[in-house]
Design a protein around this ligand. Structure first.
Ligand code: ZN
Length: 188
């Protein structure tokens, strides 16, 4: 999959899950509420306004970036465009996600979590999801076999859908006079 669909899928998934989790916590806090502190405000859930979507966009491209660096450093040649390397393994992405959760819970610093959660969404929608040998590398062997990629038609459709999401989001932000703020802060 190309970059733009990865960016839009990561941003949409993280935006939706942060809202869902936030709403869930607010609901539970209200149910328990007896005039005390709203646990949604002090809880462990990252609020949508705390997420820097520029980092989410960066994280959504992290697996491909790591692979590119690995190929350049080790002069690896891909057997096909759908051959993936270390950047697409859980060996790299799971510890990164846990580190992100740790920094968020310990210091309320959500930057690494934004990057690592976005990188995980990349794996979920990439052709690599069909390649357990790469995902679970090196548990199933040391090879990095090529995964079956999306057809050209599906790739074009995902590109068009992603471009439409970007345009619609930009127009909505512009209408609310928040496009400039988004560019400088990354907040939606
Ligand atoms: Zn990829």
């Amino acid at each position: 999959m190309r970059s733009l669909p990865h960016i839009t899928i990561a941003c949409s998934a993280i935006w939706a899950s942060s809202r869902l989790l936030g709403a869930n916590r607010r609901g539970r806090a209200l149910a328990k509420s007896s005039g005390g502190v709203d646990s949604a405000e002090n809880g462990q859930t990252m609020r949508p306004s705390e997420i820097d979507y520029r980092l989410v966009a960066l994280g959504s491209l992290l697996p491909d970036t790591v692979d590119r660096i690995q190929r350049a450093v080790f002069r690896l040649r891909r057997s096909s465009p759908d051959q993936h390397f270390l950047g697409h393994t859980l060996l790299l992405n799971i510890p990164l996600l846990f580190a992100g959760i740790y920094f968020w819970r310990r210091y309320r610093d959500g930057r690494l979590l934004a990057v690592s959660a976005a990188a995980m969404t990349h794996l979920l929608v990439d052709p690599v999801i069909r390649s357990p040998d790469t995902l679970f590398w090196p548990l199933l062997g040391f090879e990095f076999p090529a995964a079956r990629g999306l057809s050209r038609r599906v790739t074009v459709v995902t590109q068009i859908a992603a471009a439409a999401v970007v345009v619609i989001t930009a127009l909505a932000l512009q209408r609310r006079d928040r496009l400039g703020e988004f560019i400088t802060s990354g907040r939606l």
